[in-house]
Each structure stands twice: as structure tokens, then as C-alpha cells.
Design a protein around this ligand. Sequence first.
Ligand SMILES: Nc1nc2c(c(=O)[nH]1)N[C@H]1C(S)=C(S)[C@@H](COP(=O)(O)OP(=O)(O)OC[C@H]3O[C@@H](n4cnc5c(=O)[nH]c(N)nc54)[C@H](O)[C@@H]3O)O[C@H]1N2
Ligand SMILES: Nc1nc2c(c(=O)[nH]1)N[C@H]1C(S)=C(S)[C@@H](COP(=O)(O)OP(=O)(O)OC[C@H]3O[C@@H](n4cnc5c(=O)[nH]c(N)nc54)[C@H](O)[C@@H]3O)O[C@H]1N2
Ligand code: SF4
Ligand SMILES: [Mo]
Length: 667
Amino acid sequence: MQKIVKSACPLNCWDSCGFQVTMENNKVVQIDGDPAHPITKGKICGRGRSLVKRIEAEDRLLTPLKKINGEFIRISWDQALDEIARKMDEIRKEYGSTAVLHSHDYANSGVLTNLDQRFFNAYGGVTELVGSLCWGAGIEAQLWDFGDVLSHAPGDLLNSRHIVVWGRNAARTNLHFYQDLLDAKKKGIKIYVIDPIFNATAKLADEHISIKPGMDGLLAAGIIKEMLRMGLEDRTFIQEYTVGFEDVVHLLETITLDEISEMTEVPRETITMLSAIYADRPVSTYMGLGMQRYRNGGNTIRFLDALVAVSGNIGIPGGGANYANLQVGRSFQAGRLSLSERRKETRQFPIMKQAEMILSGKNPEIKMVIVTCGNPATQVPDSNVVEKAFSKVDTLVVIDHFMTDTALLAEYVLPSAAVFEEEDIYYGSMYHHYANYAPKLMDPPGEAKSDLWIWTELAKRLGFGEDFAYTSEEWLEMYLEPMNKDGITLDVLRKNHTVELPVIKVPWADRKFKTPSGKFEFSSLLADEKGMDGRLKLSLPAESKWVNNSLAETYPYTLLTIHPLRSNHSQHYHLFEKEPRVVIQIAADIANSHGLAEGDEARVWNSRGEVKGTISILPKMHPGTINIDEGIWKRFGGPVNSLTSSLESDNRLGSTLYDCLVAIEKV
Ligand SMILES: Nc1nc2c(c(=O)[nH]1)N[C@H]1C(S)=C(S)[C@@H](COP(=O)(O)OP(=O)(O)OC[C@H]3O[C@@H](n4cnc5c(=O)[nH]c(N)nc54)[C@H](O)[C@@H]3O)O[C@H]1N2
Ligand SMILES: Nc1nc2c(c(=O)[nH]1)N[C@H]1C(S)=C(S)[C@@H](COP(=O)(O)OP(=O)(O)OC[C@H]3O[C@@H](n4cnc5c(=O)[nH]c(N)nc54)[C@H](O)[C@@H]3O)O[C@H]1N2
Ligand code: SF4
Ligand SMILES: [Mo]
């Protein structure tokens, strides 16, 4: 007997899709889009569809495992939990609770899955990761400029005259935004894509502007400079609603347009064209996250914000500096549930430098690492150091669905339940503002248990079981409580499956910014408060000929490691029909200088590591640029992060994953 039920995608993605799931004999047999979902409208991607394969996979972890003499042995949950809890208790007594590191990422956006914070706070506080590999530099940048990170609601781009997609690979990573772009195109709205790669999104654009990686801030500076020369700026907005504009003007006097054109490798005429476009309001700017994963990433997003401000495109329908949307989910009760007041000690490591800090951290040394919702051995930069650090810690506990690169290094591997195997609420703060409900449809396979069950059992053993003595229904009701007044309750969510969350749809229409000055800040006071220079700069990537010429002579090419089409990071590759392999995409000039042809085997390396793979030539890729999609496990030839750097972005909270020089040769 078949039955169709509604659910939601749990993956870390812009789109947060609604699902329609076909069940047969209590098993999920097919996943489609929910046509009734107001934003995702029945369309989903292959990563969502293949969750069927993921949950049913033969290599799914089914029992707790312990590594003894280098071999994983099946153990009981009681043994695993007793031993881990005993070690946690001993560590807390002997070294303090911050000798435990909680290493995590965003792999599952479920509300219940993310109660781990509560567990670690109730334990007394551990060493936590700060910043983000994903979007950290840009989030901090917009906090400096606007005081918050807000995007226009989906669909508002149909009010634009021009849409600039700046470094967002929408056709691959943000399917429903791409659908909106198709609609906009039909309406005759002009679309521009600024990206070093001529990707599927660029194919749809009226114009593709190819740029040297890491140089977008400088391009925005050039556009502003041209606008000022031609008198195209929005004087009223600048005068009434901003501070620090004179700093920008002075800065722009220190560089010529020809220099900007030469360094960005964008023709002068294109910069002039873009300045005319930005003056023809409303213009919406949709930024991606790739372009801020550079040393100068914060400044890059700030310069794009500045361009949107100078051109008067803030606070108007069809405008906006759209990056992420942190207002989504703010009305939930996440704070109180995390029990932060129970934290007695705390210490923070930058997420990109977690490995170095594990190796060098003292007072206390890291004795135990617990990994949830992440695969750091593949996803964190400079992965040779990550492997060394994670192999060195006394006790590594990994909670996951599969034997990932990170799990292989662990002493304890705990099998976790997946979507459909537990009830949860999913939403994202990247794109749309609807929360989706996913019911429990079946039991987890083998002995797998939900993350929340694992925290609950550990809490009991560590003496704070009462903090976890709630049913999933009670947790979700607590989470939703502040929204009950707006008619959003668990019952409503269970019935409707999707609810619209309260958000502002055209941010900053009142021109009241949340910065210290209440204005848009070209020069940031918040930065000054944090001891950093809050003025905009003409800053450049760390691994570039301007900043480190000798490095650029040895390693002449920029390596991008963008998100894969068919996998969410490292999560789907092992499910492919054919074994995944590393593909090295290169620009035509690199192929010519090294005599590389399509299908050749090549080696890409720098001082941190090397990766081998098969050459694919992208004729329209920006000269001097190489791309290897991220996420491939070590056993399939990855991870490409053996090449990337763990340096932090200018504002300390972002990664510099794409700020990476390499050399290449045929093997
Ligand atoms: N298929 C798929 N979709 C995903 C994911 C996935 O793994 N797979 N991951 C999800 C997650 S977690 C995230 S964070 C988002 C990310 O979504 P995106 O921001 O769209 O994707 P990224 O791969 O981070 O960034 C890639 C784009 O940035 C461009 N880029 C790189 N450097 C520069 C630069 O210096 N300047 C400019 N202008 N462009 C540059 C790349 O060429 C590429 O087109 O995607 C989400 N969606
Ligand atoms: N070189 C390079 N590196 C990158 C990036 C890049 O563009 N280039 N992108 C960066 C970005 S944007 C991001 S967001 C990060 C992502 O980094 P990660 O989140 O570490 O990447 P994933 O591959 O999604 O790994 C998530 C792991 O969590 C597991 N998991 C999934 N659901 C659950 C659950 O409910 N519970 C538990 N316990 N585990 C679960 C999955 O099986 C998987 O092994 O990678 C970053 N790393
Ligand atoms: S991965 Fe993203 S686009 Fe694909 S189904 Fe899930 S939420 Fe939708
Ligand atoms: Mo991400």
C-alpha cells in the first residue's frame, strides 16, 4: 500500500524545500517536491531526491563502534555512553570542562538536532568554535554596515530593473532563486552575472562579467568611482542616511580606474557600463558566499554594500544588498532552550583554525573532541593538519550516518538517525522565510538513534538528566511558544506543514539602521569598538602577486573549490552509481602553457598538500583559474582541502578557502 506524506529537506542549502514523500510498507520509496509549498513549489534537486538512497544505503552506520587496536568493534549503546560519560566526567574534574571541544557545522538545520548546545552548556561549557567556514566574513561585514543581515523576500526581484548576481552559483546551489531569475528574464528584466566561472547561471544572464578571483571589492570601488565621476550617486541617501562617505571618497582618490581595471581584469568599459546600470534603479544585488572566502572577504562584501548604498538601492522594492537573512527564525525561542546561563567556563577557537588549536591549545589541552553534523577531516581547510590533530586527541567521538573521513579517525563512532526517522522543524536563514515540518515516518535502521536521544542519555549519566526530560513534542512546543500569539503552534505546523515566519520583506525601507550611529556606516563604529579599522580598504587576497609575489611565482594559479552539483558537500558522493573522481577544471591559458588536454591526468599542489585528478578545460573560465569541486572523501582522491589555507578573513570570522595559490603539472 502506498501513501503520500509531506516532509522537508534537512540539508544545509539555500532553498529549504518542502517534500512530498511516497511510502510503501513503512519505507520511503520516493521523494518529490511538495507542490503546495509557497516558495519551492514542487521542485527539488537531486540531492534532495537521493535522500532515499542515503537513508537506505548499505554503508549506513547501524551500531555504536569503538576502535580497539586500530579496528572498529561493535559495542552496545550502554557501553559507548557509559564510557564517554565517564571520560567527560573525569576530564571535567581533572582539567575543566573546556578540555572538551565541540566541533560541529550546519549539516542538519533541524531544531531538535541542534539541541547539542544545551547539552554542552549544562555540562558546564566546553571549547566552542566561532566564525564560519561558510558565510562568516560576509555576515560580520553586513553587521558592520547595516547592523543586521537582511534580504528581500523571494519574488521581490521581479520589481527590479536590473539584477546583479554577484558570485552566487544559483543554477547549482539555489534552485528556486534560479527559477525566479528565469521569471525575471521572461519579464525582460536584465540580468548580469559577475563570476570567474562561466557557470550555468551565467548562461542565463544578459551579460557575464568575468573577474579575477578575490577582486570584487576593487570592482565595486571602480563602479562607485565611475558613478561619482558621472554624478550618478544618490546624494540624498548618502547625505541623510549614511556616515563615513568622505572616507570612501578619499580612498578612491588613491587609485585610478585603469589600475582597477588592470587588477580586476575587468575592462574599463564594463566598469562604466555597470555604473550606469547601478544608477538605473531599482537594481537588486544577490551576492553569493564563494566570493567572501578570501582574506579580504569582509571588505569585499562591505564594498558591495557601499555600492548598493551609493547608488540608492537600499530600502526600495526591487533593490537590496541581498546576502543572507538572519531575521528568519529569530522569533523562535532558541536562546532560552540553549541554557547558556549554565555555562561556567568557556573558550573559543576559530572554526578554520580548530586543528592548529587542538595541537597547540594549553590550559587546558584538548582531551576530547565531539563531532556533530560535520565532517571536518574533509571540509575544514588545511586537511593534512586536521587529520594530524584529530588523530592526536585522546578521545574523538563522531556522531554521523556514515563512516566519513572524520569518523575513520575516531575512537567512538555513534550512528545517528536521519530525516524521516525523527520529527523535526527545518528552516534556513539564507533565502526564504518559511519553516517546514517533517514528521517521523519510520524507525531509524539498526540501532541508530537521534542526536537528541544521545544527548539525553549522556545527560542522564552526567547528572543533569532532568534538563533533557522532555518529549520531542514538548521541545518543539517550547521552541514555538513565542510565536503562538501569531497563531503559529505545533498543531498548526503539523497540519499545514509549512508556515510563513514574520519577517520584513523590504528591509531598511524606514532607513533606520541598527548600527551604533543609526545610519548606514561606510566607516564602521562597531569595527572600531572591536579594535579593528572600520574604514573600507582597497584590500587584496593574501595569496596574490600583490601581497606575496614570491609565493605567486612558485604557485601561479588561483584554486577555487566550489560546491558540487550532485552532492551537498561531502554527503552524496559515496552514493553515486559510478565511483566519484576528482575533476580538475582549468582555464584555457593554463591548458596551453602546460600542454594539458581534456582527460589528461594531472597533479595540483602547493606547500600544504597535493591532489591528483582528471583535466577538464573550461574555455570561458577566467585566465589563471582552476576549480576542483569540494567534498570528495579521501578514499576517492580528496579532500581538496589538503591544499587550502586555514587563515582567517580580515574581520576574523570567515574562512579563506578560495584564497589559495597552486601549481599544476601533467602526471
Ligand atoms: N549543489 C549544491 N548546492 C549547495 C551546496 C552544495 O554543497 N551543493 N551547499 C550549500 C551551502 S552550505 C552554501 S554555503 C551555498 C553556497 O552557494 P554559492 O555561494 O552559490 O556557492 P559557492 O560554491 O560557495 O560559491 C560559488 C560561486 O562563487 C564564485 N566565486 C568564487 N570566487 C569568486 C570571486 O572572487 N568573485 C566572484 N564574483 N565569484 C566568485 C564561483 O565561481 C561560484 O560560481 O550553497 C548551498 N547549496
Ligand atoms: N574547500 C572548500 N571547503 C569547504 C567549502 C568550500 O566551498 N570549499 N564550503 C564550506 C561550507 S560553505 C560549509 S557549510 C562546510 C560544510 O561542512 P560540513 O557540514 O562538515 O560538510 P558536510 O559534508 O555537509 O558534512 C556533514 C556531516 O554531517 C553528517 N550529518 C548529516 N545530518 C546529520 C545529523 O542529523 N546528525 C549528525 N550527527 N550528523 C549529520 C553527514 O553525514 C556528514 O558526514 O564546508 C566548508 N568547506
Ligand atoms: S538540497 Fe536544497 S534544493 Fe535540494 S531538495 Fe534540499 S533544500 Fe531543496
Ligand atoms: Mo555553507
